[in-house]
Design a protein around this ligand. Structure first.
Ligand SMILES: NC(=O)c1ccc[n+]([C@@H]2O[C@H](COP(=O)([O-])OP(=O)(O)OC[C@H]3O[C@@H](n4cnc5c(N)ncnc54)[C@H](OP(=O)(O)O)[C@@H]3O)[C@@H](O)[C@H]2O)c1
Length: 306
């Protein structure tokens, strides 16, 4: 296969990075990882917390995909909040500054979240698009600063894409993987009243959206990386139970989540987010699994008649 170029991926060992890496390799790209780990066979180590990286990895690169950041799904103590924010802002600023020094810099594709719009962002007509304003809350401010840190590259005319990502569905990790065990034991159920909207995307579609962002030079700015069919938490619960052929009757009360996870629960598990992938729709992006049933079956590796 022809070499299609080199993609530098930070956080390539993570949930999205591992899937993206495999897909890029199968399309004929070379993948160079940027990781805090040392002795990488294909890549370089960096330390974004102390703003240390060897910029030589960015030379002659087709694109840089920036996925690294402290995990969100943990109790937000003061120091965890600091790490969630700084691990994204400092690393993005470092990459943007180094890339801005290159003549004709490669594009930078940065992960971001639909949390940019706030934890309660259903809009009057459910019309939260990339044109919508940022909302309130810790994660919204993290997303604003995270995206803002790429400004040095935008200032020199660099192409920067912000992948405002919804809940990523994968059996390998993230929210779905955590739910599988209780649901398989018949202990699953809706979160709280279950009416809150959930904007999600199957990992295979997210990977395709990243590849589109790398290859389509006309794309820059925010892209809502979600399925066109957001659903209520109750509908998601029913679909997951159906995919696993298990009941889902035990609701998980909001107060328990608030007790265990504090603010993190409020801004993620209990959030009401109905987001439209307007830019992907406009560019006629083709989702392989746009509806929740096909997405869950594909993530769980099941056929529709199983
Ligand atoms: N998964 C989702 O549902 C979802 C939804 C919306 C947005 N996102 C965003 O998309 C990005 C990738 O998500 P993911 O689920 O693939 O994340 P992940 O599995 O947690 O992996 C992120 C990577 O970041 C690096 N990392 C971890 N802690 C770090 C820290 N304190 N400082 C610097 N680097 C750190 C690690 O790579 P090394 O150890 O190799 O450095 C890790 O492999 C994240 O920024 C996440 O917030 C994810």
């Amino acid at each position: 296969m022809n070499n299609r170029g080199t993609i530098v991926v930070s956080g390539a060992s993570g949930l999205i990075g591992s899937a993206l890496r495999s897909s890029l390799l199968s399309r004929g790209y070379i993948v160079q990882e940027l990781s805090r780990k040392s002795n990488l066979p294909n890549g370089q180590s960096w330390n974004p917390a102390s703003e240390q990286m060897n910029a030589s990895i960015l030379q002659d690169t087709t694109a840089v995909v920036h996925l690294s950041g402290e995990p969100i799904a943990q109790r937000w103590t003061y120091s965890v909040r600091q790490r969630i924010l700084e691990s994204r802002v400092k690393s993005t600023a470092l990459l943007a500054q180094k890339l801005a020094q290159i003549d004709a810099p490669p594009p930078l594709i940065v992960a971001s979240g639909i949390n940019y719009y706030g934890a309660s962002c259903t809009g009057e007509n459910g019309d939260i698009t990339e044109m919508s304003q940022s909302g309130s809350g810790f994660l919204a401010s993290v997303c604003r600063e995270w995206e803002g840190a790429a400004q040095p590259l935008i200032n020199v005319g660099g192409r920067v894409v912000f992948m405002r990502t919804g809940v990523v569905l994968s059996a390998q990790g993230g929210a779905l993987a955590k739910l599988l065990m209780p649901f398989r034991l018949g202990l699953g159920g809706p979160i709280s009243h279950g009416r809150q909207h959930m904007s999600w995307i199957a990992i295979s579609d997210l990977v395709s959206a990243y590849i589109k962002a790398i290859e389509d030079v006309s794309i820059s700015g925010p892209v809502n990386a979600v399925s066109p069919n957001s659903i209520s938490n109750k509908a998601f619960t029913t679909a997951l139970a159906r995919a696993l052929s298990r009941p889902a009757i035990l609701p998980l009360p909001a107060f328990v989540l608030r007790l265990v996870f504090g603010c993190m629960a409020e801004e993620t598990l209990l959030a009401d987010m109905k987001v439209i992938p307007q830019r992907l729709l406009d560019m006629q992006f083709e989702w392989q699994t746009p509806d929740i049933h096909s997405a869950l079956l594909s993530c769980l590796n099941k056929k529709s008649n199983e």
